[in-house]
Design a protein around this ligand. Structure first.
Ligand code: ADP
Ligand code: MG
Length: 433
């Protein structure tokens, strides 16, 4: 565990660099998200309106003013609902709402996502177009949407006059189809082609949707030709996007293609630590480690698991422990249950005690090596159906009496040394699920 934290420390220091320029989530919420009915604090309709006015005004003298024909109407219609405000209305219409939690500051960086993170930061920080397009891809729940929102927050914050549009490919298609239905494709084209930064999330959605792809391709080309930033995400690399026209696939790969790899244990632990801090929840380190070991599919699941144990602890008014965690996540954990092998036990135990795997079967008798070896033998006896001689053979051809001795020794130590007992218990839970 000592070594594992290094990566996260780096991530944290990167984050603190951004802290100065990155607004806290609450600040963004007030100035950027325009839906006072749902988002503004319960302050009554009048303050909500004046807040929205303050937001709408700067937008009108920026780029949005050019496409805000209803701006004069705003002056007359002061009591009108906020949604009637010209430029801002349009922006809201096109752009999906941004999640206030999805900022760079809240993104934990580790090996699997460092390239995507660095690329996202670069694009967000640059005042001129850098990589175009920036193409982010990776499996579900690994942070693509989070990074895209973070870019949008950052740019909107830094330069509110830049028109930043974020939407899913699905919504893009929906808008396009609606425009077709209302014979309004000119306006549709105009809207999209006048943005400064266009972000389309989950572009794989338009695979096989030929007319939407066609329109997207033209929009894309028009923007890139005018040197506007385009940012795309997908679940696969451009060349692997099936059902996409060849010319579109190749264009998508012209800029920078950055992938997000599946999480590592270190990254999962870092994310859990950050989320636990944010929730202000007291969660024992052992529980976080346990979760980082067991819930490996993606970050969304990891968050879900954390939320569940925190909510449970609050409801029943009890502290979070390894036991309660296992109880609460019973169903989730069972899914990952399977038969554990002696090799896995050896590997996990060696990792845990920071010794070489080869020492599980070596002749070395130093305590630092012998003790973990005994723990592994004990766990092999507990968690597998193997006989003592079989286990002995797997540990460098040792005799069955050695294994028996190891089992007794570990049991004895567990009775006298609570810290040791906890270690063994954690290992057992991790291996057995
Ligand atoms: P994707 O779009 O790739 O499917 P999301 O961006 O929606 O994934 O991420 C899923 C959840 O996991 C979100 O709540 C997001 O905030 C969180 N998440 C993913 N990666 C990270 C990370 N590196 N640091 C913090 N939170 C993360
Ligand atoms: Mg997503």
């Amino acid at each position: 565990p000592g070594v594992q934290s290094v990566e996260i420390v780096v991530a944290t220091s990167q984050k603190s660099e951004t802290r100065a320029s990155e607004p806290p989530a609450s600040e963004i919420r007030a100035s950027e998200i325009r839906a006072p009915e749902t988002r503004a604090p319960a302050s009554g309709p009048a303050p909500a309106r004046s807040r929205a006015r303050a937001v709408a005004e700067p937008a009108l003298d920026g780029a949005a003013a050019a496409v805000a024909p209803s701006a004069p109407a705003y002056a007359e219609a002061e009591p009108a609902p906020v949604a009637a405000v010209g430029g801002a209305e349009e922006r809201e219409d096109l752009s999906a709402p941004l999640d206030p939690r999805f900022t760079f500051e809240n993104f934990v960086v580790g090996k699997p996502n460092e390239l995507a993170f660095a690329a996202a930061r670069r694009v967000a920080d640059a005042s001129a177009v850098t990589f175009n397009p920036l193409f982010l891809y990776g499996g579900v729940g690994l942070g693509k949407t989070h990074l895209m929102h973070a870019i949008a927050w950052h740019i909107r914050r830094k330069d509110p006059s830049r028109r930043v549009i974020y939407l899913s490919a699905e919504k893009f298609m929906y808008q396009f189809i609606r425009a077709l239905r209302f014979k309004d494709t000119m306006a549709f084209k105009e809207q999209f082609r006048s943005v400064d930064v266009l972000m389309i999330d989950d572009v794989q959605f338009i695979s096989g949707k030929d007319s939407t792809q066609e329109e997207f391709f033209h929009t894309f080309n028009a923007l890139v030709d005018q040197n506007r930033q385009v940012i795309i995400s997908a679940d696969k690399s451009p060349s692997d996007l099936e059902g996409m026209e060849e010319r579109l696939r190749s264009r998508l790969g012209w800029g920078l293609v950055a992938d997000i790899h599946p999480t590592t244990y270190e990254l999962r632990l870092g994310i859990l630590q950050q989320k636990a801090d944010q929730m202000g929840a007291k969660i024992p380190q052992k529980v976080l480690e346990f979760l980082a070991h067991k819930i490996t599919s993606n970050v969304r699941e990891l968050e879900g698991a954390l939320n569940r144990i925190v909510a449970h602890a609050e409801l029943v008014g009890r502290a979070i422990t390894l036991e309660s965690t296992q109880e609460v996540l019973h169903d989730l954990l069972r899914a990952s249950n399977r038969r554990v092998t002696i090799e896995e036990i050896q590997k996990k135990v060696a990792e845990h005690f920071n010794i070489r795997l080869s020492d599980m079967s070596s002749a070395r008798r130093a305590r630092a090596v012998a003790r973990p070896r005994q723990v592994a033998m004990y766990l092999a006896k507990q968690l597998t159906q193997r006989s003592l001689p079989e286990i002995g053979r797997k540990f460098g051809d040792r005799d069955h009496t050695t294994v028996m001795h190891a089992v007794r020794k570990v049991e004895e130590l567990c009775g006298t040394d609570p810290a040791f007992a906890e270690d063994v218990e954690l290992l057992r839970r991790m291996l057995e699920g």
